[in-house]
Design a protein around this ligand. Structure first.
Ligand code: ATP
Length: 235
């Protein structure tokens, strides 16, 4: 479904991604893990079109997106749930979900989206008229995921959904992502710093370090690598 081919991105003189290639098949849940500053968010921005690569390309469902704007990519079915959630704080839960439904597919199927989001996150149903800025961190993350779903994406990219959440709340978010993936078959690309938890819920993973993919494989394959075991799995 998604092919990132030899992507290089630089901010001025700083190279944030160097020759990065990853692949995501339809229906997979794939995670990208790595330390702070490894280039994970930059990779997502290059896929959703908010950062332009210096070289390389992003191919989605066989289409080269090099000349496709971020808005057009959203219409094609790519949703980007950003790091830090970025919900519209002075709008209600319902209004935030409506904002996510701005693409045609989202508007047409909004009632169906609400059923799906509220069954995945019953807390949001209870709080549908509450201002988003007054929700807890975990609830705001649920809302950010719900807003992403409202565009009826084919590929959903989640940037560090567990960031800043207590372990129990982060677990709940991981479980919800897993449930969403199993029930809807949605293709999900996940960026995480909580490596063990992310890998546990994923089909495959890529390890990014200082802008380069240094390893890729299943949880089992990655956990056999001594460097990864020491650095990320606490073994
Ligand atoms: P984190 O987990 O801390 O969010 P990350 O793996 O997502 O890190 P990026 O945010 O992609 O990493 O950053 C990669 C590198 O690019 C870092 O060195 C960062 O300082 C730099 N960078 C990111 N955005 C910009 C920008 N807009 N201008 C200049 N440099 C940037």
């Amino acid at each position: 479904m998604l092919e990132v081919q030899s992507l290089t991105v630089a901010y001025g003189g700083l190279r944030a991604l160097a020759d990065v290639s990853i692949e995501v098949m339809r229906g997979e849940l794939v995670c990208v893990v790595g330390p702070n500053g490894a280039g994970k968010s930059t990779l997502f921005k290059a896929i959703s079109g908010t950062v332009a690569p210096r070289s390389g390309k992003v191919v989605f469902e066989g289409v080269d997106l090099s000349t496709t704007s971020a808005a057009q990519r959203a219409h094609l079915g790519i949703a980007h749930v950003p790091e830090g959630r970025e919900v519209f704080r002075s709008m209600s839960v319902m209004e935030n979900l409506e904002m996510g439904a701005w693409v045609e597919a989202g508007r047409e199927r909004f009632a169906e989206t609400l059923d799906r989001v509220f069954s995945l996150f019953p807390k949001l149903a209870e709080r549908r008229h509450q201002l988003a800025g007054t929700l807890s961190g975990g609830e705001q993350q649920m809302l950010a995921i719900g807003r992403g779903l409202a565009s009826r994406p084919k590929l959903m990219m989640l940037d560090e959904p567990s960031m800043g959440l207590a372990p129990a709340v982060a677990d709940l978010i991981f479980e919800s992502i897993s449930q969403l993936h199993k029930e809807s078959g949605l293709t999900i690309l996940l960026v995480e710093q909580r490596v063990a938890e992310a890998m546990e819920h994923s089909d495959r993973g890529y390890v990014l370090q200082t802008g380069e993919v240094v390893l890729s494989g299943t949880f089992e394959e990655l956990s056999k690598d001594d460097r990864i075991r020491r650095a990320y799995f606490g073994m």
